[in-house]
Design a protein around this ligand. Structure first.
Ligand code: ZN
Length: 109
């Protein structure tokens, strides 16, 4: 069971109140008539399916009915953050990777 923080209601609620709407931050091609079939097909049908950190769009269906984005780990289900639509995605936390790499310099390729 996930507890998801809605940035509009400003509280964490049970997962049943929400629906996942897939990958976040997908941009429609700005010039559809000049877009190649491959690019248009990629926009329509192909989505990332990472193992790990994933940017997802959710809707608070049984609450405020607003869409927002969530950063969730697809392996552990841990939600890193949620933020309103239109806001830039939070950067990947590379500081933790750097500290791990410096602690184990022999493990870095
Ligand atoms: Zn809400």
């Amino acid at each position: 069971m996930l507890r998801i923080y809605c940035p509009y209601c400003r509280e964490a609620r049970e997962e049943e109140e929400f629906h996942c709407k897939g990958e976040a931050h997908i941009r429609r091609p700005t010039e559809p008539d000049e877009t190649s079939d491959a690019t248009w097909g990629s926009y329509l049908y192909f989505r990332k399916n990472p193992r790990g950190r994933h940017l997802e769009m959710w809707v608070h269906a049984a609450g405020c009915r607003k869409y927002f984005n969530v950063v969730r780990d697809t392996v552990t289900y841990v939600i890193e953050s949620s933020y309103p639509m239109g806001q830039a995605a939070p950067p990947t936390p590379t500081a933790a990777l750097v500290s791990v790499a410096s602690a184990n310099p022999g493990d870095v390729p």
